[in-house]
Design a protein. Sequence first.
Length: 613
Amino acid sequence: MCGIVGYTGSSQAAPILLDGLEKLEYRGYDSAGIAVFSKKKKSEPSIEVIKAKGRLKVLFEMTDSGKSVKGTCGIGHTRWATHGEPSVVNSHPQYAKDKRVVVVHNGIIENYQELKERLMRDGCEFVSATDTEVVAHLLDRYYDSDPIDAISKLMYHVRGSYALGILFQDRPGEIYAVRKDSPLIVGRSSGGNFIASDVPAILKYTRDVCFIENQVIVRLTGKDIQFFDVDKAELKKEFTQIQWDTEAAEKGGFKHFMLKEIYEQPKAVRDTISPRIKDGKVNLEELNLSQEELSSIRRIQMVACGSAYHVCMTARYMMEELVRIPVDVDLASEFRYRKPVLEENTLVIVISQSGETADSLAALREAKKLGHKVLAVVNVVGSSIAREADSVFYTWAGPEISVATTKAYSTQLAAVYLLAIVLGKARGMVDEQAEAEMVEELQRLPEKIERILEEKERIQWFANKFSHSKDIFFIGRGLDYASSLEGSLKLKEISYIHSEAYAAGELKHGTISLIEDGILVVGVATQSELFEKLISNMVEVKSRGAYVLGVTSYGNYNMEDVANYTIYVPKTMECFAASLVVIPLQLLAYYVALGKGLDVDKPRNLAKSVTVE
Ligand code: G6P
């Protein structure tokens, strides 16, 4: 979490830094700060540090959008507090005495306590509660006119994850950066060079970007960029051209990124599916998995966090039925520590939008350590998970800014469907005709999503009625249970309404005692085999006073016999239904949060990219 940015070149730095931080605010937004080599005294370089608690707009106001801060080289940070409450003193940049070394940090220094105690015994004074201040003091201690040497020493002493932007006071015009397990990119342009946690921060200025690998140190001046390894040997690095444009990361007339991203789903799903269909067949050659490898897979272990975990849940139901292969699903934070026992020929699939989620990355490494192949379904090109996996399936959702994921989720579902078809074929469970029918239906999904979006007013009207609820429950069976989990998460993360999702059959084992008069229960029912059973569960809650919203496919009109209100989605193959029912659930969450006047894109306490445990 936290976003860092840096610029050195011929233009005024502060407006560029603030501009970049604005694009990174999704990573954290409880405080922010910048540090710029000031031009006040030419003979004696000094670094001006400005920090503010609260949203970035406070820093914008304090600095007249950066215009009042002179200087052409600086670093910036937007924070999601881990060590120490959100406050000016805990916000970054952090620095050692006299600002000889100034740093911004994304990540966590795990041994900071031990390092801090040692530094304090040696007389070092700390002012903040952050782990980052330790980095500033250590660098200050190791620095003796050679920044690369100081950073390399630092790397041998700190444990944990970090992307650091560093200024050394006696090196005006120079930025140093280094990463381990937290994202960092470098950008170059004729007007100057950049560092950032993510591409949108600098896309306005350059498309020429290098994704920095772990344990690489970077030195930037306005004209030059050099890379070094931990032993200070210089490295050569490739730059790539970013293909998508800034508009993809702007609101484009929508009130919120979330709504814009909900509307981008037809395109995102199409972009993810289309390139993988060749002559009416699914082609996943990009994964570099041979037919032998595919058919030798005996079990699938899926791991992820948050919404991506719900995609895994969907995949389990879908793949076990279609491919007849056992699928285990784990939360990455549990998998990494539960000492998993994986059978031989288990394919591990890690799903992650950002490709940087700390627990998912650790789960990937754990699986590789155990000798298993890892296939990653990732949205961000060049991200850590993408780089470390054996095969990568890129979802082409484009940049997702809103903290609550929507389009990335939909493309992950599409990825899982394509994988299921390929695995099903390799195992002889999907024949040519079945493949052709599924491919045809997959290609129709975007247009069906569009049709649901056309009916958004009905959902908005309904959402307004329930925006003051205290509790909302979601129930479903099978695939619909997985969709319920996602609907419930979406709602609680942005509306702050307590919500739970239950496998409908499990409700009787305790949770039904929470049902009271007027409580909203959303019943998701798209699976014909389970439809009647779900209807019975809806009757059970309704007879205890619940107000029941049914979400089902056109044709299932007997839903109206029990539901107080029904939302229909177009019919599709039942194995793909999750892609359609999730749309009204996303819209419901969005409009409830909107009705409550909340900051939809930046819900409290959350961050989009969770790069800490
Ligand atoms: C955060 C986001 C969620 C996301 C989860 C996993 O909690 O708010 O939307 O599902 O992280 O992120 P990943 O990038 O690994 O998909």
